[in-house]
Ligand binder design. Structure first.
Ligand code: PEP
Ligand code: MN
Length: 261
């Protein structure tokens, strides 16, 4: 339990910490519409992917730099903090120019130590919160190693995100949760806040609430949830995103097995 760290880093925290927003920034209007739906709802930060490392070529790979300006505008208009995924040093540099509030390293990037090291080197001397997703596979060493690389570069505000692990087998979940991984991470790095990403675990919106509840029951410090004003028309991850109404109702229904502090 390290939720106080998230508060100390300046993120609003309600019943639990939660980052919410679309898988991808698509248009300025879509980013602003999402932000307007999330304002004043105890959202830690609004997420949106600008650069999207996709498994196969031909999928939407993000709007790039112009998305930063849209997110910046959403922040100015609503007061929400904003965060996005970085996969290489040029992404870090662009985000720092815009004063992005938080960065995260995606699952495909955590899989590659040289990529994480390049990001860590670009962050030397910068005091920004960075969240590290577990790699695509159930390899806790790569996850811990990614966090260590950033810590060794001087990043002090570090968190971890469990987003499940991929498989080519037909499964209930898109990326099945492997709860032993975050539990082991809590043991190895007890000071690191732990966040669950039920959206990428589930792959289907109707499963998200149950996994979010499971994470709360396992004493995770927070959630990162994909929220889109019109999920069925999303340019990426259409089947797993919640509408703002679905998201807020899920947050209200979550049972906290203990008082979060
Ligand atoms: C995302 O957060 O949109 C994303 C691509 O997640 P992951 O890196 O966990 O696949
Ligand atoms: Mn996504």
């Amino acid at each position: 339990m390290n939720q106080s760290a998230l508060k100390n880093w300046g993120f609003p925290v309600g019943r639990t910490f939660v980052a919410a927003g679309p898988c991808s920034a698509e248009t300025e209007e879509q980013v602003l519409e999402t932000a307007r739906a999330l304002v004043n709802k105890d959202i830690g930060f609004m997420r949106a992917g600008i650069w999207k490392p996709r498994t196969r070529p031909g999928s939407f790979e993000g709007v790039g730099l112009k998305g930063l300006a849209w997110m910046d505008r959403a922040r100015t208009e609503t007061g929400l903090k904003i965060g996005t995924e970085v996969a290489e040093p040029s992404h870090v540099e662009a985000c720092l120019e815009y004063g992005m509030d938080v960065l995260w390293v995606g699952a495909r990037t955590t899989t590659n130590p040289f990529s994480v090291q390049a990001i860590a080197d670009a962050l030397r001397g910068v005091d920004i919160p960075v969240l590290v997703k577990n790699p695509m596979s159930a390899d806790i060493g790569l996850w811990v190693g990614g966090i260590e690389r950033l810590a060794n570069a001087g990043v002090t505000k570090l968190g971890a995100i469990h987003r499940g692990v991929s498989s080519s087998l037909e499964m209930r979940y898109r990326n099945a949760p492997v709860w032993t991984m975050p539990i082991e991470l809590m043991r190895l790095m007890p000071e690191i806040p732990l966040i669950c990403d039920p959206s990428h675990i589930c792959g289907k919106s109707e499963l998200v609430a149950a996994i979010a509840q499971e994470a709360m029951d396992l004493l995770f410090d927070g959630l990162m949830v994909e929220v889109h004003p019109d999920p069925s028309s999303a340019w990426s991850d259409a089947s797993q995103q919640l509408t703002p109404v679905e998201f807020l109702s899920m947050m209200n229904s979550l049972e906290m097995p203990y008082e979060q502090s």
